[in-house]
Design a protein around this ligand. Structure first.
Ligand SMILES: Nc1nc2c(ncn2[C@@H]2O[C@H](COP(=O)(O)OP(=O)(O)OP(=O)(O)O)[C@@H](O)[C@H]2O)c(=O)[nH]1
Length: 305
């Protein structure tokens, strides 16, 4: 468990550090409110608890914690327990501490026994918090990932598309969006079996992922249908970029259980450059190009600038 100790009195800070280190806690120190905020920002991913003195010059503990809570809210971070340490036993001060975002308030001088017990209680909260963060991470992954191919699922793909379209509007950049559909996939399933079909889907996604630039996205938007987003592309690069993906699929068969499975894909492209257009209309334009690619022989990229 990692604890940030904030106290402007060196001896108090040192004593606390000594005691917590003996109990096995890792300690980071700050000597004032401003430094506490800086240390919090630097270590927020690993911190489990803040122990902070109230009376400090320039910025007192209450103000520092209010700022920390604001940062946490902006960054959508999980709750981090805070214990105030103060020489004042006034009810009003205790109330202020809780209102400022504290979870507990200890009156100085603090007995080592009480501090050890409070630390144990906070460790329980820290463990619970860590489990919650991990569960949220797993839930988010499940909600946004296609379980077979590991690519973004339709929901995550559409949300990325919306985000990229708004960046395109803001910065005047151009983004290319394509619908990429494997050809005659039913025949692959019927000839080689559903497991072979699954292996083809996984291999195709892996090949494309290995060739995407940072910031590009592939998402599975249907059974054998994928969406690809290339933000910040030059008009002259669009066709060549998607033709490269077509070749990456068509040039080498997928080998499954020592059987070579030839696969091709048809790709329909639409480019967005900040127009008044919804993602549904953009995807519809890509879909119309895909339809044309299928109708005119498959294993083709169709793009009408
Ligand atoms: N193995 C496997 N097959 C899937 C999966 N999802 C969808 N499919 C199959 O993909 C096939 C899609 O067939 P169609 O929509 O007829 O299209 P197609 O055979 O690819 O023909 P064209 O798109 O016209 O070239 C169907 O047979 C689906 O059962 C999957 O997760 N795994």
């Amino acid at each position: 468990m990692k604890v940030l100790i904030v106290d402007d009195t060196n001896t108090d800070r040192l004593l606390l550090k000594l005691h917590l280190s003996k109990l096995g806690y890792k300690v980071i120190e700050a000597a004032n409110g401003q430094e506490a905020i800086e240390k919090f920002v630097e270590h927020s991913n690993q911190l489990d608890l803040i122990l902070i003195d109230v009376q400090m010059p320039c910025m007192n503990g209450f103000e520092a914690v209010k700022s920390i809570r604001k940062i946490q809210e902006q960054k959508k971070q999980e709750w981090l327990p805070v214990i105030f340490l103060s020489a004042s036993a006034e009810d009003a001060d205790i109330e202020k501490g809780i209102l400022a975002g504290g979870d507990d308030y200890l009156i100085k001088p603090i007995s080592q026994k009480v501090l050890s017990a409070k630390m144990l209680a906070m460790k329980r909260i820290a463990d619970m918090r860590r489990r919650l963060v991990e569960s949220n991470r797993i839930l988010n992954e499940l909600a946004t990932t296609d379980h077979l191919t590991g690519s973004a699922n339709r929901r995550a793909f559409e949300s990325t598309l919306e985000h990229e379209m708004s960046s395109s509007r803001r910065y005047g950049s151009r983004l290319a969006c394509a619908i990429f559909d494997l050809d005659k996939f039913k025949v692959i399933n019927d000839t080689f079996g559903h497991d072979a079909g699954d292996a083809v889907l996984v291999e195709v996604v892996n090949r494309i992922k290995a060739n995407l630039r940072a910031g590009d996205t592939i998402g599975r938007i249907g059974g054998e249908e994928f969406g690809i987003i290339l933000p910040n592309v030059e008009e002259s690069e669009v066709l060549a970029a998607f033709d490269r993906y077509r070749c990456i699929v068509a040039d080498h068969p997928v080998v499954h259980e020592s059987i070579n499975i030839a696969v091709t894909a048809s790709i329909g492209v639409a480019v967005y450059a900040g127009e008044e257009e919804s993602k549904e209309v953009l995807l519809k334009r890509a879909d119309e190009s895909l339809y044309e690619a299928k109708e005119t022989g498959r294993n083709r990229v169709v793009y009408h600038p």
